[in-house]
Design a protein around this ligand. Sequence first.
Ligand code: MG
Length: 179
Amino acid sequence: MIYVDLDGVTASWKKSLLRVVGVDYEDEETRSYLKKNNGKIDGMADVGLMWKEIKKEGTKFWAELDLFPWSKELWDKMNKKSNNVYFLTTPSEEPDSCAGKHEWIKKHFDTRKFIIAPEKQVCANPNAILIDDFPENIEAFEKAGGHGFLWPNDLAIEDGDERIEDVFKELIKKIDSIK
Ligand SMILES: [Mg+2]
């Protein structure tokens, strides 16, 4: 089983959340802050306002998150590795996020192979690997008996601090070591 995260791995969540709070995603200082703080905007923008604005946009906010340039390649590569590849994503407090995420997956990947779960580790087992950008999620998944691959910060890949070819290479190596 290979589980692929949406936000930060295949869906450009940071870009859209900065848009709703009116912060420039391209600004260098903003980007270095987000890289250092693992995507958390606490301290640079109003988190309460962010959720309020996201709620206002409803399903549209989630359905219209941008793809990363590598998202399709990651999905294709994983499907070559396994017959059991699922998107695994956490919903927000709002039911809209579930519908929007479903819409996003359908639009870009035309698949129903997805799981929306607030705690990703419920899917952990010795044959499962989670690809996720949050160290806390990886830790919990491993603790529950699964394997984890910490996806680098998306901004670091976009800015060339990390090479996507190297990320894929490391990921494949990790998957091969499990079998
Ligand atoms: Mg994520």
